[in-house]
Write a protein that binds this ligand. Structure first.
Ligand code: COA
Length: 255
C-alpha cells in the first residue's frame, strides 16, 4: 500500500498512516486504502485488536488533504464526505477494539478518524482540534456528531466554532483522550495484550451492544443488550469462560 504501513504483532494489527511529508493528511487514495484494510480484515480471527497511528513523531493525522480539496465542486465534496463517513462508521462498528495511538497533531479529519476509534491514547505533545471553520468549512467525516457524543454539546460547539487546538492535558480533562502516554505505541500494545486474553466473541458482542445502543432510543438500547447477552449463552466461548472460572483455571477461548 502506498500510504499505509501494516504490521502484525501477535494478535494486533498496527496501521501506520504514512505520508509524513504532509503530516499524514488524509487524501482519497489513503481513504481507499484504509477502507480496504477494514473491509478485508473484518473476520480475521488472528487479530484481536487494531492500532492506528501516524508515521513520524510530529503528527497522527493533520486533517483531510487541503490541497486535494482546493478544487472540489459541491458534488465532489459530497462524494468525498460520504466516503469518509462510511469508512469511519465501519471503523466505529468494527468487531475488534480499535485504538487511536495519537502521536502529535490530530486535527480536522485526523481527529475525526480518532473519534471513530473506540479508544484514544495520546502522547504528551498531542494537539487536537476540529479547525475546519477557520478554512470556511465544517467537519465532514462525522466530527460534528461524534465530538458532541464524546465530550458533550457545550464543549463540542466551543471547540468547533473557535477552531481551537487543545493540548493533551485538556484532552484528558474533557474525556477526549483515555490516557496520556510516555510511549503511545508501547502503551497501546500493552492494552492490546490485555484485550487478547478475553473472549473475542464477547468483545465483538460488547462493542455491538455499545455502538447499537448509542444510536438507539434509551429504552430500546436495553432490549439490544438483553438480546445480545442471551445470544452469548449459545456460544462455546461463554461456556468455556464460565467453566474455567468454576474449575479455577484460565479459559481457552476459540471464538
Ligand atoms: N492537508 C494538506 N497538507 C497539509 C495538511 C493538510 N491538512 N497539514 C499539513 N500539510 C502539509 C503542509 O502544507 C506542509 O507541506 P509543504 O511543505 O508542501 O508546504 C507540510 O504538511 C508541513 O506542514 P507545515 O504547516 O509546514 O507544518 P507546521 O509545523 O508549521 O504546522 C500544522 C503544523 C498541523 C499546525 C499545520 O500544518 C496545519 O495547520 N495544518 C492544517 C490543519 C487543518 O486545518 N486541518 C483540517 C483540514 S480540513
Amino acid at each position: 500500500m502506498k500510504n499505509l504501513k501494516l504490521k502484525k504483532t501477535e494478535k494486533t494489527l498496527i496501521i501506520t498512516i504514512n505520508r509524513p511529508d504532509e503530516l499524514n493528511a488524509l487524501n482519497s487514495a489513503l481513504i481507499n486504502e484504509l477502507d480496504d484494510v477494514f473491509s478485508n480484515n473484518r473476520d480475521d480471527n488472528n487479530i484481536s485488536s487494531v492500532i492506528i497511528t501516524g508515521a513520524g513523531s510530529k503528527s497522527f493525522v493533520a486533517g483531510a488533504d487541503i490541497k486535494e480539496m482546493a478544487n472540489f465542486s459541491s458534488s465532489a465534496a459530497a462524494a468525498y464526505s460520504s466516503h469518509g463517513i462510511e469508512l469511519f462508521n465501519n471503523i466505529e462498528s468494527y468487531s475488534k477494539p480499535v485504538i487511536a495511538a495519537i502521536n502529535g497533531y490530530a486535527l480536522g479529519g485526523g481527529l475525526e478518524l480518532a473519534l471513530s476509534c473506540h479508544i484514544r491514547y495520546i502522547s504528551k505533545n498531542a494537539i487536537l482540534g476540529l479547525p475546519e471553520v477557520s478554512l470556511g468549512l465544517i467537519p465532514g467525516f462525522g466530527g460534528t456528531q461524534r465530538l458532541r457524543s464524546i465530550v458533550g454539546l457545550g464543549i463540542a460547539i466551543e471547540m468547533i466554532t473557535s477552531a481551537k487546538h487543545i493540548n493533551s492535558d485538556e484532552a484528558l480533562r474533557i474525556g477526549l483522550a483515555n490516557k496520556i502516554c510516555n510511549d503511545v505505541l508501547e502503551e497501546s500494545l500493552l492494552l492490546c495484550q490485555k484485550i487478547s486474553l478475553n473472549s473475542p466473541m464477547a468483545i465483538k458482542t460488547a462493542i455491538q451492544s455499545i455502538i447499537l445502543g448509542k444510536n438507539a432510543n434509551y429504552y430500546d438500547s436495553f432490549d439490544i443488550e438483553n438480546n445480545l447477552f442471551s445470544q452469548l449463552f449459545t456460544s462455546s466461548d461463554t461456556k468455556e469462560g464460565i467453566d474455567a472460572f468454576l474449575e479455577k483455571r484460565k479459559p481457552k477461548f476459540k471464538n
